[in-house]
Design a protein around this ligand. Structure first.
Ligand SMILES: C[S@@+](CC[C@H](N)C(=O)[O-])C[C@H]1O[C@@H](n2cnc3c(N)ncnc32)[C@H](O)[C@@H]1O
Length: 191
């Protein structure tokens, strides 16, 4: 199973948003969801996406999505899916609000640390990291990436204690483009 953790300092943490740009660049999160799961006439069932949002009004929120047969998901309304998940948040517990979709209050570091404690190999997506084409990657891998502002310095320092920086190329790409490249690399390796 491949995991992606997308961090956004500004993405909204309640479901009552209408304008995606004003909801802390929810448009970027939506593109990341599409790049994580959507194939031509198919969905990836081998990927789990963790969206960690630190925007107002109730940060932090950790949304976990894995596409299951019973999940109704459309490229045309990923924003609606995120809204539904956030609306159904229940204080004090991790709730499965739709098939394969969970929401809870949890920080970026805690999400990453828990995956690391489960024995998964953690990478931080960073232009200056090791070239993904040369990197050894195990089957149970996690890739952390940021929004348009990247990962904050404080979090980055802590994450580097459990994660290795990995690069997908010499330019700074959109978060969703990075996810597409990683998915492609893992597909080619049969991971
Ligand atoms: C639009 S970029 C963020 C740009 C932000 N100004 C910064 O400097 O981090 C979004 C995310 O994509 C990832 N990223 C962008 N280019 C990359 C590259 N060449 N290799 C690996 N990750 C990359 C990083 O994780 C980054 O946080």
């Amino acid at each position: 199973m491949r995991h992606f953790i997308y961090f956004s300092k500004s993405a909204a943490t309640s479901g009552n948003f209408t304008d995606l740009m004003k909801a802390g660049r929810m448009d970027i999160a939506i593109h990341v969801v599409i790049a994580s799961f959507f194939l031509s006439h198919d969905f990836r069932k081998d990927a789990k996406l963790h969206l960690v949002f630190y925007g107002m009004p109730d940060p932090p929120k950790h949304i976990e999505i894995q596409v299951k047969d019973e999940l109704e998901i459309s490229k045309k309304d990923v924003g609606g899916l995120i809204k539904k998940i956030l609306y159904k948040y229940k204080e004090g517990k991790k709730t499965e609000v739709l098939p394969g979709c969970f929401v809870e209050k949890k920080s970026l570091l805690k999400v990453a640390e828990e995956l690391s404690e489960e024995g998964k190999e953690i990478f931080i997506l960073d232009k200056k990291g090791e070239d993904i084409r040369n990197a050894k990657i195990s089957d149970d891998c996690v890739f952390i990436l940021g929004d348009h502002e990247g990962i904050p310095v404080k979090e980055m320092k802590r994450l580097k204690q459990i994660a290795d920086p990995i690069s997908v190329g010499p330019r700074v790409y959109f978060a969703s483009q990075v996810v597409a490249v990683v998915n492609n690399e893992l597909d080619r390796r049969g991971i």
